[in-house]
Design a protein around this ligand. Structure first.
Ligand SMILES: C[S@@+](CC[C@H](N)C(=O)[O-])C[C@H]1O[C@@H](n2cnc3c(N)ncnc32)[C@H](O)[C@@H]1O
Length: 278
């Protein structure tokens, strides 16, 4: 159940910073001040359209994304939702800001069309190559081993975009950073699990991937907004690099998990300083 929004319409930006707000992003975005955020990272529902359970060749069930938040009645309904949140994001994005949207073949082409129709200007499409993808269990298609990130500015004429070219070059061993990024899918200690060992969120993104997004296209002190915050991966990436975050997530279970994760991250950051007597 979503919890009540704590912030009133027109609340100053300061009141929004470094919080995960639990609510529908269409309602919450309306309340944020116009032109207030420097970068948006969005990982929207994929609209996977899974009709049947996915079964492996040995008969076991695949833990697929079949959650209510990923269900739309038709492509038209998904497109309407996509246009609505992209439009709301454009209002809160500074003219010099950029937006990243990640998606798979199920949705990224529709999202790309909507971005362009709304006036956004594509700067790059970055391919996240999954070092350890899930196999195609039935062996009837290629293994789906990547997702696409679209990086856009607000319009063709937008200027003053942040791109930390030299940092990216350094990160790539002294050569220009390319648009194919290799990261494993989220696993190990980074993957949030409940007491029974089940994944807390079915599509938690790898922190390394979003940290690179943050490092490449924001400056310290910037405000990073994530309208589909899930378990707070973008917030943690922003925290790690001295940026502010605003997360919006409609499922209260994920909001709680995100807030607890952020608290653990803050403790991990402050503990060494306390230990050093700072
Ligand atoms: C693909 S997941 C994002 C996962 C996230 N990047 C992470 O690493 O944890 C999409 C999220 O959007 C949330 N969501 C879907 N529709 C929403 C809406 N209208 N407003 C806010 N959140 C929404 C879902 O509950 C889900 O957690």
């Amino acid at each position: 159940m979503p919890v009540t929004l704590p912030l009133a319409n027109g609340s100053s930006l300061q009141n929004w910073l470094d919080r995960v707000v639990c609510g529908d992003c269409l309602d919450v975005l309306e309340r944020l001040p116009a032109q207030s955020v420097d970068m948006i990272f969005a990982d929207p529902p994929y609209n996977l359209q899974l009709r049947n359970e996915l079964v492996r060749t040995d008969g076991s069930l695949v833990d697929a994304v079949d959650d209510a938040w990923d269900q739309f009645g038709s492509f038209a309904e998904y497109d309407q939702f996509t246009r609505a949140w992209l439009k709301a994001c454009r209002r809160v994005l500074k003219d010099s800001g950029t937006i990243w949207v990640i998606g798979s073949y199920h949705n990224i082409y529709r999202v790309g069309g909507a971005l362009q129709d709304l006036g956004y200007w594509v700067l790059n499409d970055v391919i996240w190559v999954k070092a350890n993808p899930m196999p195609n269990f039935r062996g009837v298609r290629f293994t789906n081993a990547h997702e696409t990130l679209l990086w856009c500015k607000k319009s063709e004429r937008s200027t003053g975009i942040s791109f930390n070219y030299q940092d990216m070059k350094r990160e790539n061993g002294g050569k220009q950073m390319r648009s194919d990024w290799y990261f494993p899918i989220c696993g190990g200690l980074e993957r949030l699990r409940d007491a029974d060992g089940n994944k807390v969120h079915p599509t938690q993104k790898p922190l390394g991937l979003i940290e690179r997004v943050v490092r490449s296209s924001t400056r310290p002190g910037d405000v990073v907004l994530d309208p589909f915050a899930g378990v707070g991966t973008t917030a943690v990436a922003a925290l790690r690099h001295g940026r502010h975050y605003i997360g919006i997530e409609q499922e209260s279970e994920y909001c709680t998990a995100a807030r607890e994760r952020i608290e653990r991250e803050q403790q991990a950051v402050t503990m060494p300083m306390l230990a050093a007597g700072a």
